[in-house]
Design a protein around this ligand. Structure first.
Ligand SMILES: [Ca+2]
Length: 318
């Protein structure tokens, strides 16, 4: 079965480039240790809240990041990988022998953009308004799956999607990875039970500049809900896990974004694509195991759920 699937442009680079460039720190920190700074939202007010009640996501805000389902890294992003039940959003990664595009690893994503990264304005439901904001505090409460070669993420992209991007500055937009749960314990033990944060600017070509955080060890990461947040001011990005500051970056990659960004919730399946555009789960084009492990080593009979309790956004009162 060889349905030709649409190939999405590459976003959510995550640690890929960071690792390739050898620029990542590799320390592991505990969240909330002695002296850890706690989140203080004094002076901030709620501007967006989705608790994922009901039986489907709210299409006024959220949409799939494409007009048509198709290839995404080493797997496929499809609509039915996303569901809402029991007060949670589920994004499920699983292996499907009889999947829409044939045997392979399937996953999904939703975002609050009006126009997608690939420039699609189609594909959103009628009445879709989206949501984006400049500065503020952005938080997700969620539970992430324990899975090799695949990861959950809460991240943001600029409304301008790097179109007409000025190189050398991040003021005109960044991919801001509020958290990613890549777990490559088979190949890199540091990643197990931990999350990372990252900033990428200047698009995804040669001008790309990335900064990745250290690893943050989260107790019961795969068993309990945790919160992951970003406090974004005109001067800096400050990241939080469970209300404790983990990482702070100021002018380390270009400068801090001064334009509005939309929200994304996704699960990725690591892997490259062959010359025909078909996904290669768990490996790159040259046969090297993907940087966060080989997804094909997971139990193919299991479902790996990214369970999101809520997303909340706040803005500083004038
Ligand atoms: Ca730029």
């Amino acid at each position: 079965m060889a349905i030709k699937a649409k190939l999405f442009a590459g976003t959510a680079l995550a640690l890929t480039f960071c690792m390739a460039m050898g620029g990542c720190a590799s320390n592991v920190h505990k969240v909330g240790g002695f002296g850890a700074k706690e989140l203080d939202l004094t002076g901030y007010e709620l501007t967006f809240e989705d608790n994922f009640d009901g039986d489907s996501f709210n299409t006024e805000y959220w949409r799939y990041p494409y007009a048509e389902e198709g290839v995404r890294k080493g797997g496929y992003w499809v609509n039915d990988a996303v569901s809402v039940r029991d007060g949670n959003l589920y994004i499920t990664t699983d292996y499907r022998e009889d999947g829409k595009f044939g045997p392979g690893w399937y996953s999904g994503c939703i975002e609050t953009s009006v126009e997608t990264y690939g420039g699609d304005e189609t594909g959103a439901a009628e009445g879709h308004k989206g949501f984006s904001q400049t500065y503020g505090y952005f938080e997700v409460r969620c539970k992430v799956p324990e899975v090799v070669g695949s990861w959950a993420a809460f991240w943001m992209m600029p409304d301008n999607n790097f179109k007409d991007d000025t190189f050398g500055t991040g003021e005109d937009g960044a991919e801001i990875d509020i958290f990613e749960s890549a777990d490559a314990y088979l190949t890199n033990n540091r990643m197990h039970n931990s999350v990372t944060h990252a900033i990428h600017i200047d698009g995804y070509g040669e001008e790309l500049k990335s900064l990745g955080s250290d690893y943050y060890y989260v107790k019961d990461l795969y068993d309990d809900y945790h919160t992951y947040g970003l406090l974004w001011t005109p001067e800096e990005y400050v990241f939080y896990v469970d209300g404790y500051e983990t990482w702070r970056t100021k002018d380390k990659v270009g400068t801090v974004a001064q334009v509005s960004h939309y929200l994304m919730l996704s699960m990725e399946v690591g892997g490259g694509t062959d010359d025909d555009g078909n996904p290669i789960p768990g490996k790159d084009k040259d046969g090297n195991v993907w940087w966060c492990g080989d997804v094909t080593t997971n139990d193919k009979t299991k479902k790996y759920d990214f369970v999101v309790d809520y997303v909340r956004v706040y803005q500083k009162q004038a």
